[in-house]
Design a protein around this ligand. Sequence first.
Ligand SMILES: Nc1ncnc2c1ncn2[C@@H]1O[C@H](COP(=O)(O)OP(=O)(O)OP(=O)(O)O)[C@@H](O)[C@H]1O
Length: 262
Amino acid sequence: MTSPAGRADREAVIRVRGLENRFGPHVVHQNLDLDVWRGEVLGIVGGSGTGKSVLLRSIVGLKRPSAGTIHVLGTDVVNGPEKERLAVEKRWGVAFQDGALFSSLTVLENVMAPMREHLQLSTGLMQTLAGLKISLVGLPVTSCGKLPSELSGGMRKRAALARALALDPEIVFLDEPTAGLDPIGAAAYDELIRELQRSLGLTVFMVTHDLDSLYAICDRIAVLSDKRVLVEGPIETMTAVNDPWVQEYFTGPRARAAQAKG
Ligand SMILES: Nc1ncnc2c1ncn2[C@@H]1O[C@H](COP(=O)(O)OP(=O)(O)OP(=O)(O)O)[C@@H](O)[C@H]1O
Protein backbone atom coordinates (compact mmCIF):
# COMPACT_ATOMS: atom_id res chain seq x y z
CA MET A 1 0.00 0.00 0.00
CA THR A 2 1.32 3.46 -0.87
CA SER A 3 1.38 5.70 2.18
CA PRO A 4 -0.24 9.15 1.87
CA ALA A 5 3.23 10.68 2.05
CA GLY A 6 4.19 9.08 -1.24
CA ARG A 7 1.11 10.05 -3.24
CA ALA A 8 0.86 12.97 -5.62
CA ASP A 9 -2.68 13.84 -4.43
CA ARG A 10 -1.62 14.14 -0.81
CA GLU A 11 -3.12 16.94 1.26
CA ALA A 12 -1.15 18.78 3.92
CA VAL A 13 -3.38 18.84 7.00
CA ILE A 14 -0.63 20.64 8.89
CA ARG A 15 1.67 23.12 7.19
CA VAL A 16 4.40 24.82 9.22
CA ARG A 17 6.56 27.48 7.59
CA GLY A 18 9.47 29.49 8.93
CA LEU A 19 8.59 28.63 12.51
CA GLU A 20 10.57 30.31 15.24
CA ASN A 21 10.17 29.60 18.94
CA ARG A 22 12.23 31.16 21.66
CA PHE A 23 12.21 31.38 25.42
CA GLY A 24 13.96 34.65 26.17
CA PRO A 25 17.35 34.41 24.47
CA HIS A 26 17.04 30.63 24.01
CA VAL A 27 16.07 29.88 20.41
CA VAL A 28 14.43 26.46 20.15
CA HIS A 29 13.20 26.58 16.53
CA GLN A 30 14.36 28.71 13.66
CA ASN A 31 13.12 28.52 10.10
CA LEU A 32 11.40 25.23 10.76
CA ASP A 33 9.24 23.88 7.91
CA LEU A 34 7.07 20.79 8.11
CA ASP A 35 4.16 19.24 6.24
CA VAL A 36 1.96 16.53 7.68
CA TRP A 37 -0.09 14.60 5.14
CA ARG A 38 -3.67 13.50 5.63
CA GLY A 39 -3.95 9.92 6.82
CA GLU A 40 -0.34 9.38 7.79
CA VAL A 41 1.27 8.48 11.09
CA LEU A 42 4.17 10.90 11.45
CA GLY A 43 6.81 10.27 14.12
CA ILE A 44 8.71 13.29 15.43
CA VAL A 45 12.11 12.35 16.81
CA GLY A 46 15.26 14.15 17.88
CA GLY A 47 17.67 14.43 20.77
CA SER A 48 16.51 15.62 24.15
CA GLY A 49 15.68 19.32 24.13
CA THR A 50 15.49 19.66 20.34
CA GLY A 51 11.98 21.04 20.67
CA LYS A 52 9.65 18.15 19.82
CA SER A 53 7.13 18.97 22.53
CA VAL A 54 7.40 22.70 21.88
CA LEU A 55 6.59 22.01 18.22
CA LEU A 56 3.52 20.01 19.19
CA ARG A 57 2.47 22.73 21.67
CA SER A 58 2.87 25.43 19.01
CA ILE A 59 0.68 23.56 16.55
CA VAL A 60 -2.11 23.02 19.07
CA GLY A 61 -1.97 26.62 20.28
CA LEU A 62 -0.35 26.16 23.70
CA LYS A 63 2.83 28.04 22.76
CA ARG A 64 2.68 31.14 20.61
CA PRO A 65 5.57 31.14 18.13
CA SER A 66 7.76 34.21 17.83
CA ALA A 67 7.66 33.99 14.02
CA GLY A 68 6.37 31.85 11.19
CA THR A 69 3.03 30.42 10.18
CA ILE A 70 1.11 27.29 11.08
CA HIS A 71 -1.92 26.17 9.11
CA VAL A 72 -4.00 23.28 10.37
CA LEU A 73 -6.73 21.96 8.07
CA GLY A 74 -6.33 25.16 6.06
CA THR A 75 -6.77 27.50 9.05
CA ASP A 76 -4.07 29.91 10.16
CA VAL A 77 -3.88 28.93 13.82
CA VAL A 78 -1.31 31.56 14.78
CA ASN A 79 -2.62 34.74 13.22
CA GLY A 80 -6.07 33.77 11.99
CA PRO A 81 -9.31 35.02 13.52
CA GLU A 82 -10.11 33.59 16.96
CA LYS A 83 -13.43 32.22 15.71
CA GLU A 84 -11.76 30.13 12.99
CA ARG A 85 -9.11 28.91 15.41
CA LEU A 86 -11.71 27.76 17.90
CA ALA A 87 -13.62 25.99 15.13
CA VAL A 88 -10.55 24.10 13.92
CA GLU A 89 -9.55 23.13 17.47
CA LYS A 90 -12.59 20.87 17.57
CA ARG A 91 -11.14 18.91 14.66
CA TRP A 92 -8.10 17.63 16.56
CA GLY A 93 -7.46 15.81 19.81
CA VAL A 94 -4.37 15.76 22.00
CA ALA A 95 -3.15 13.08 24.40
CA PHE A 96 -0.27 14.24 26.58
CA GLN A 97 2.45 12.02 27.99
CA ASP A 98 1.07 11.79 31.52
CA GLY A 99 -2.52 11.74 30.31
CA ALA A 100 -3.24 15.20 31.78
CA LEU A 101 -6.64 13.95 32.88
CA PHE A 102 -8.74 15.90 35.39
CA SER A 103 -7.89 14.10 38.61
CA SER A 104 -11.21 14.81 40.34
CA LEU A 105 -13.33 13.57 37.42
CA THR A 106 -14.09 9.97 36.54
CA VAL A 107 -12.87 8.54 33.25
CA LEU A 108 -16.34 8.94 31.77
CA GLU A 109 -16.53 12.58 32.89
CA ASN A 110 -13.03 13.22 31.52
CA VAL A 111 -14.07 11.93 28.11
CA MET A 112 -17.27 13.97 28.29
CA ALA A 113 -15.37 17.19 29.12
CA PRO A 114 -14.58 18.22 25.50
CA MET A 115 -18.16 17.34 24.52
CA ARG A 116 -19.54 19.61 27.26
CA GLU A 117 -17.27 22.39 26.06
CA HIS A 118 -17.97 22.13 22.35
CA LEU A 119 -21.23 20.27 21.72
CA GLN A 120 -24.79 20.98 22.70
CA LEU A 121 -25.92 17.47 23.56
CA SER A 122 -27.94 16.03 26.39
CA THR A 123 -25.97 14.53 29.28
CA GLY A 124 -27.39 11.10 28.48
CA LEU A 125 -26.20 11.22 24.89
CA MET A 126 -22.76 12.45 25.93
CA GLN A 127 -22.51 9.61 28.43
CA THR A 128 -23.36 7.10 25.69
CA LEU A 129 -20.84 8.62 23.27
CA ALA A 130 -18.12 8.78 25.94
CA GLY A 131 -18.79 5.14 26.80
CA LEU A 132 -18.30 4.23 23.13
CA LYS A 133 -14.94 6.04 23.00
CA ILE A 134 -13.85 4.27 26.17
CA SER A 135 -14.60 0.87 24.69
CA LEU A 136 -12.99 1.91 21.39
CA VAL A 137 -9.63 2.31 23.17
CA GLY A 138 -9.96 -1.10 24.79
CA LEU A 139 -10.82 -0.06 28.34
CA PRO A 140 -13.33 -2.16 30.25
CA VAL A 141 -16.70 -0.60 30.97
CA THR A 142 -15.87 -0.74 34.69
CA SER A 143 -13.21 1.93 34.17
CA CYS A 144 -15.90 4.53 33.31
CA GLY A 145 -16.65 5.27 36.96
CA LYS A 146 -13.03 5.25 38.14
CA LEU A 147 -10.83 8.22 38.92
CA PRO A 148 -7.55 8.49 36.96
CA SER A 149 -5.64 7.68 40.17
CA GLU A 150 -7.40 4.31 40.31
CA LEU A 151 -6.07 3.27 36.88
CA SER A 152 -2.71 1.83 35.84
CA GLY A 153 -0.38 4.03 33.78
CA GLY A 154 -1.31 2.16 30.60
CA MET A 155 -5.02 2.52 31.31
CA ARG A 156 -4.57 6.25 31.96
CA LYS A 157 -2.93 6.60 28.56
CA ARG A 158 -5.88 4.84 26.95
CA ALA A 159 -8.29 7.09 28.84
CA ALA A 160 -6.39 10.14 27.58
CA LEU A 161 -6.67 8.75 24.07
CA ALA A 162 -10.42 8.25 24.52
CA ARG A 163 -10.69 11.89 25.56
CA ALA A 164 -8.61 12.93 22.53
CA LEU A 165 -11.11 11.04 20.34
CA ALA A 166 -14.14 12.59 22.06
CA LEU A 167 -15.04 14.96 19.24
CA ASP A 168 -14.29 12.53 16.36
CA PRO A 169 -11.12 14.41 15.38
CA GLU A 170 -9.34 14.28 12.04
CA ILE A 171 -5.92 14.69 13.65
CA VAL A 172 -4.62 13.20 16.88
CA PHE A 173 -1.50 14.56 18.59
CA LEU A 174 0.34 12.17 20.88
CA ASP A 175 3.23 13.22 23.10
CA GLU A 176 5.40 10.24 24.03
CA PRO A 177 2.44 7.84 23.98
CA THR A 178 4.36 4.73 25.02
CA ALA A 179 6.72 6.32 27.58
CA GLY A 180 6.54 4.45 30.85
CA LEU A 181 4.76 1.41 29.43
CA ASP A 182 6.25 -2.06 29.57
CA PRO A 183 7.15 -3.50 26.13
CA ILE A 184 3.96 -5.56 25.88
CA GLY A 185 1.79 -2.62 26.91
CA ALA A 186 3.65 -0.37 24.48
CA ALA A 187 3.21 -2.81 21.58
CA ALA A 188 -0.52 -3.12 22.37
CA TYR A 189 -0.82 0.66 22.44
CA ASP A 190 0.99 0.94 19.07
CA GLU A 191 -1.38 -1.60 17.60
CA LEU A 192 -4.35 0.35 18.96
CA ILE A 193 -3.09 3.57 17.36
CA ARG A 194 -2.58 1.85 14.02
CA GLU A 195 -6.01 0.23 14.18
CA LEU A 196 -7.75 3.50 15.06
CA GLN A 197 -5.80 5.38 12.42
CA ARG A 198 -6.94 2.90 9.77
CA SER A 199 -10.54 2.54 10.88
CA LEU A 200 -11.16 6.22 11.60
CA GLY A 201 -8.93 7.62 8.84
CA LEU A 202 -6.97 9.66 11.38
CA THR A 203 -3.81 11.62 10.83
CA VAL A 204 -1.45 10.98 13.75
CA PHE A 205 1.28 13.39 14.86
CA MET A 206 3.37 11.54 17.39
CA VAL A 207 6.36 12.73 19.40
CA THR A 208 8.28 9.65 20.46
CA HIS A 209 11.61 8.18 21.50
CA ASP A 210 10.29 4.68 21.06
CA LEU A 211 12.06 2.96 18.17
CA ASP A 212 9.61 0.05 18.29
CA SER A 213 6.73 2.48 17.66
CA LEU A 214 8.63 4.17 14.85
CA TYR A 215 9.22 0.88 13.06
CA ALA A 216 5.81 -0.57 13.84
CA ILE A 217 3.43 2.24 12.96
CA CYS A 218 5.02 5.36 11.49
CA ASP A 219 4.62 6.04 7.77
CA ARG A 220 7.15 8.81 7.98
CA ILE A 221 9.66 10.27 10.40
CA ALA A 222 10.72 13.90 10.87
CA VAL A 223 13.99 14.43 12.70
CA LEU A 224 14.43 17.66 14.66
CA SER A 225 17.98 18.93 14.95
CA ASP A 226 19.71 22.26 14.87
CA LYS A 227 16.42 24.13 15.51
CA ARG A 228 14.63 22.75 12.43
CA VAL A 229 13.46 19.61 10.67
CA LEU A 230 16.79 18.21 9.60
CA VAL A 231 15.33 15.43 7.50
CA GLU A 232 11.99 13.72 6.91
CA GLY A 233 10.97 10.57 5.10
CA PRO A 234 10.07 6.91 5.54
CA ILE A 235 12.06 5.14 8.22
CA GLU A 236 13.94 3.02 5.67
CA THR A 237 15.56 6.19 4.33
CA MET A 238 16.95 7.28 7.70
CA THR A 239 20.01 5.04 7.70
CA ALA A 240 21.31 6.86 4.61
CA VAL A 241 21.19 10.27 6.31
CA ASN A 242 24.61 11.74 6.83
CA ASP A 243 24.24 13.02 10.38
CA PRO A 244 25.88 11.58 13.49
CA TRP A 245 22.74 11.64 15.68
CA VAL A 246 20.56 10.10 12.95
CA GLN A 247 23.19 7.46 12.24
CA GLU A 248 23.56 6.51 15.88
CA TYR A 249 19.81 6.51 16.46
CA PHE A 250 18.75 4.53 13.40
CA THR A 251 21.66 2.12 13.04
CA GLY A 252 22.43 1.33 16.68
CA PRO A 253 21.63 -2.01 18.32
CA ARG A 254 18.25 -0.81 19.62
CA ALA A 255 17.23 0.28 16.12
CA ARG A 256 18.30 -3.07 14.68
CA ALA A 257 16.24 -4.91 17.28
CA ALA A 258 13.22 -2.66 16.64
CA GLN A 259 13.56 -3.14 12.89
CA ALA A 260 13.63 -6.90 13.30
CA LYS A 261 10.43 -6.73 15.38
CA GLY A 262 8.67 -4.14 13.21
N1 LIG B 1 8.08 26.79 29.30
C1 LIG B 1 9.38 26.82 28.99
N2 LIG B 1 10.20 27.80 29.43
C2 LIG B 1 11.50 27.85 29.10
N3 LIG B 1 12.11 26.93 28.30
C3 LIG B 1 11.36 25.94 27.83
C4 LIG B 1 9.95 25.81 28.14
N4 LIG B 1 9.46 24.71 27.51
C5 LIG B 1 10.51 24.16 26.85
N5 LIG B 1 11.63 24.89 27.03
C6 LIG B 1 12.94 24.60 26.47
O1 LIG B 1 12.80 24.37 25.09
C7 LIG B 1 13.66 23.33 24.66
C8 LIG B 1 12.86 22.26 23.94
O2 LIG B 1 12.00 21.62 24.86
P1 LIG B 1 11.11 20.39 24.46
O3 LIG B 1 10.38 19.97 25.69
O4 LIG B 1 10.30 20.71 23.26
O5 LIG B 1 12.20 19.32 24.06
P2 LIG B 1 11.99 17.82 23.56
O6 LIG B 1 12.66 17.68 22.27
O7 LIG B 1 10.54 17.47 23.63
O8 LIG B 1 12.83 17.06 24.69
P3 LIG B 1 12.67 15.62 25.38
O9 LIG B 1 12.96 14.62 24.31
O10 LIG B 1 13.72 15.65 26.42
O11 LIG B 1 11.28 15.55 25.94
C9 LIG B 1 14.38 22.82 25.91
O12 LIG B 1 15.65 23.40 25.96
C10 LIG B 1 13.52 23.32 27.04
O13 LIG B 1 14.29 23.58 28.18
